[in-house]
Design a protein around this ligand. Structure first.
Ligand code: PLP
Ligand code: TYF
Length: 401
């Protein structure tokens, strides 16, 4: 029956972990997948999460089904975290929110909703480059995917002129995917003033902004600062779609906790949108899983746990920022590696787009047992005090060839 099924390619990011696991060299380093590691290179379960789980266990909750759109306290608190306590559509009860299977599930619900109900276009513009999964995900949702310029290889920074030009030339009404903060894979974000210009163009061209916020708190250490773009757009009167993930900022990767939301014009409109979100979710998975949503909601609704969580998010962000500083010093000063390395310091979030080419990445894997995606992206969280010198030395050797 399946004799005609062709073998497909592996996921370019998750496939790296396989290669890493097969390498038994003690010096091996995995900088592939974007998952936080502590200073010992180990996965990190947040204390706030452990305490929330203790509270949940003590409460002896049942395992009944959640509503189709998820745990009501969780969706409400997730929206508050993203939009802010004083958000106008939130106070008007005009934000439609559904729990989702993490950020990916939120993007997929959003893609499907827009393909079905957005009246002005079936095209979504995504940045080049973008998180690889965005492209098949939106195509499978029924949208056509097009691209806007984002990254400038020459400056290893934002191609702001190219971005503006491409958005200005997009057909009126098109959907635009924006990484809310900590752009994956480049680590390059617009400044606040550039976000304001982007907001103006989107208003002028009547484009529809769809924010992917997978790293709130992870970029700067502050959940408020990282929500700047989302909140600014809403304050300017844009209606937006938003995907949220709690994989990174709460370390809930495998629990699959996320939310998809849309701001609407009124409570009455929100109710109609809600009903259509339910119609999308039901035939896919009926209703979302319980445990992770309880964890996130316990943290978001308990002031003490919330404070502890904020400290831990900042701790993770700060450790990454320290590694950036250290890596820059090693390459630039200690080894005097040919090239300019200040982008390692200025980039934001989980990743650094090093500028290493495919050949150099290959050499790093084969000769130095250092694994990263072939576009030169490294997950900064994979670096720590014990491996960073070896990594920098290996990069130096690969660059010198
Ligand atoms: N969007 C971006 C930009 C990402 O980097 C990721 C990966 O972590 C996701 C969405 C979705 O991740 P998850 O489905 O684990 O929440
Ligand atoms: O870019 C990353 O590494 C994270 C994790 O199919 C990830 O976003 C990578 C690939 C994938 C799912 C999640």
């Amino acid at each position: 029956t399946w004799s005609a099924v062709p073998a497909g390619p592996p996921d370019p990011i998750l496939g790296i972990t396989e290669a890493f696991k097969a390498d038994k060299d003690p010096r091996r380093i995995n900088l592939g997948v974007g998952a936080y590691r502590d200073e010992h290179g180990k996965p990190y379960v947040l204390n706030a999460v452990k305490k929330a789980e203790e509270k949940i266990a003590a409460a002896k909750l049942d395992k009944e089904y959640l509503p189709i759109t998820g745990l009501p306290g969780f969706t409400s608190n997730a929206a508050k975290l993203a939009y802010g306590a004083d958000s106008v559509p939130r106070n008007q009860n005009a934000i439609a929110v559904t729990q989702s299977i993490s950020g990916t599930g939120a993007l997929r619900i959003g893609g499907t909703f827009l393909a079905r109900h957005y009246p002005h276009s079936k095209t979504i513009y995504v940045p080049t480059p973008t998180w690889g999964n965005h492209i098949p995900l939106f195509k499978d949702s029924g949208l056509e995917v097009k691209y806007y310029r984002y990254f400038d290889k020459k400056t290893v920074g934002l191609d702001f002129e190219g971005l503006k030009e491409d958005l200005q030339n997009a057909p009126e009404g098109s959907i635009v995917l924006l990484h809310a903060c900590a752009h994956n894979p480049t680590g390059v974000d617009p400044t606040q003033s550039q976000w304001k210009d982007i907001s103006d163009i989107i208003a002028e061209k009547k484009l529809f902004p769809f924010f992917d916020m997978a790293y709130q708190g992870f970029a700067s250490g502050s959940t408020d600062r990282d929500a700047f773009a989302v909140r600014y757009f809403v304050s300017q009167g844009h209606q937006i779609a938003l995907s949220q993930s709690f994989a990174k900022n709460m370390g809930l990767y495998g629990e699959r906790v996320g939310a998809f939301s849309l701001t609407t014009a009124s409570e009455e409109e929100r109710k109609r949108v809600d009903s259509q979100l339910k119609i999308i979710v039901r035939p896919m998975y009926s209703n979302p899983p319980l445990h992770g949503a309880h964890i996130a909601n316990t943290i978001l609704s308990d002031p003490e746990l919330y404070q502890e969580w904020e400290g831990e998010v900042k701790g993770m962000a700060d450790r990454i920022i320290n590694m950036r500083e250290r890596l820059y010093q090693l390459l630039s000063n200690d080894f005097r590696t040919p090239g300019e390395w200040s982008h390692v310091k200025s980039q934001i979030g989980m990743f650094s787009f090093t500028g290493l080419n495919k050949e150099q990445c290959k050499v790093l894997a084969e000769k130095a047992h250092v694994y990263m995606t072939m576009d030169g992206r490294i997950s900064m969280a994979g670096l720590n005090g014990r491996n960073i010198e070896y990594f920098a030395k290996s990069v130096d050797a690969a660059v010198r060839g």
